[in-house]
Design a protein around this ligand. Structure first.
Ligand SMILES: NC(=O)C1=CN([C@@H]2O[C@H](COP(=O)(O)OP(=O)(O)OC[C@H]3O[C@@H](n4cnc5c(N)ncnc54)[C@H](OP(=O)(O)O)[C@@H]3O)[C@@H](O)[C@H]2O)C=CC1
Ligand SMILES: O=C1CO[C@H](CO)[C@@H](O)[C@@H]1O
Length: 328
């Protein structure tokens, strides 16, 4: 597949950022779809997109779209990703991928049945600093990796109807923020063997603060803190027996990091600015996979996405968050 044409599903905050990065990278945005024709028209005008559709159904039916980016609140990801897959489109779905593991597994099976690419838009995995970090780990520079520590803490809106607090929209610190450090721990240390979580719920029943400790293969550990009420350091660290990596704030973006030796000496300072926010790298990876005929991401295979959703299900079970209308 050569000229890959994107369709943007929803016109909210992240749809703007992602489309801006696609434009910066010179990628082809063929269409946008919104629940409202006026929003689709305004978005298309802003980014000079040829087609503006007043429904998601019309977007996914557009023959000029090859891959749909789902940017609705995560309470709707399962429905909107299925809509696109059933229309024969490849799909990149914003994080959190779905509300639950069964929803994620159903999407995986639908994509597989239709031989379509399905990826979680966990953009952190694709930014250049993360590629370098994986190289350092693979080459053994850190020795044996023993621990991963990360926080994702922001002072976010407290309005109970906001998507971050509304259970109907998939609200909560864990799925919005904690998904990053949990996915990071999966990436670096593999799926957890044990999960221990504690959290606080706000007035709507959505979680506002969550702390997760996990053990992984060979006794490695990870800790993740997410908070939607306090703006914390937003740092991450990977600790090995020979060296550690300190990722600078905001660690889940295209940021700088240092490789630090056992005696505190800085062995490598990584600093490679990127254009825009850095969301284009996940899109470029998706395009590469399509050209290679792949239906799953190399950096986050769809089975890993499903496993991450299972980890999030277990954390939610322990802290007592349930989404209305879903089984768990
Ligand atoms: N990767 C990242 O860095 C980030 C990812 N995200 C993720 O992106 C998703 C969207 O977040 P964000 O853009 O901040 O959210 P917004 O509220 O800004 O936008 C969500 C959009 O979804 C569409 N939508 C469809 N159904 C509904 C509904 N019932 N209520 C509200 N909106 C609806 C709307 O578009 P329309 O009216 O056009 O149909 C709306 O503009 C979330 O899953 C979130 O986790 C969010 C921020 C950063
Ligand atoms: O992914 C995200 C990155 O951080 C934002 C806050 O600044 C979140 O709300 C968002 O969902």
């Amino acid at each position: 597949m050569n000229d890959i044409r994107w369709g943007i599903l929803a016109t909210g905050g992240i749809a703007h950022m992602f489309t801006s990065d696609l434009r910066t990278a010179g990628l082809d945005v063929a269409a946008v779809g919104s629940r409202s024709q006026a929003s689709a028209d305004a978005f298309a005008h802003e980014f000079e997109i040829p087609a503006a559709h007043g429904s998601y159904e019309a977007l996914v039916a557009d023959p000029d779209v090859d891959i749909v980016y789902v940017a609705s609140p995560h309470g709707f990801h399962a429905e909107h990703a299925a809509l696109a897959l059933e229309a024969g489109k490849h799909v990149l779905v914003e994080k959190a991928f779905t509300l639950t593991q069964p929803q994620a597994a159903a999407l995986r099976d639908l994509a597989a049945a239709n031989k379509l690419l399905l990826m979680e838009a966990m953009w952190t995995r694709y930014v250049p600093n993360m590629i370098r970090i994986r190289e350092l780990i693979r080459s053994g520079t850190l020795g044996q990796v023993r621990a991963v520590i990360a926080d994702h803490t922001q002072a976010l809106p407290t309005d109970p109807t906001h998507r971050l607090n509304s259970l109907e929209l998939g609200g909560g610190a864990l799925l919005d923020l904690g998904v990053y450090p949990v996915s990071f721990a999966h990436d670096i240390l593999g799926a957890p063997e044990t999960i221990t979580a504690t959290g606080r719920l706000g007035s709507t029943g959505a979680d506002t603060e969550v702390v997760v400790t996990m053990t992984h293969a060979d006794g490695a550990i990870s800790t993740s803190i997410s908070s939607a009420r306090t703006a914390g350091p937003n740092e991450a660290h990977i600790l090995g027996t020979e060296a550690r990596i300190d990722l600078d704030p905001v660690w889940y973006t295209a940021t700088t990091f240092r490789l630090v030796g056992r005696h505190g000496e800085v062995i490598e300072s990584y600093d490679a600015p990127v254009a825009g926010r850095g969301m284009q790298y996940e899109a470029l990876a998706a395009e590469q996979y399509l050209r290679e005929g792949r239906t799953s991401s190399e950096l986050e295979p769809i089975d890993e996405t499903v496993a991450i959703m299972g980890t999030l299900d277990e954390i939610r079970r322990q802290i007592g968050v349930r989404y209305p209308g879903v089984d768990r």
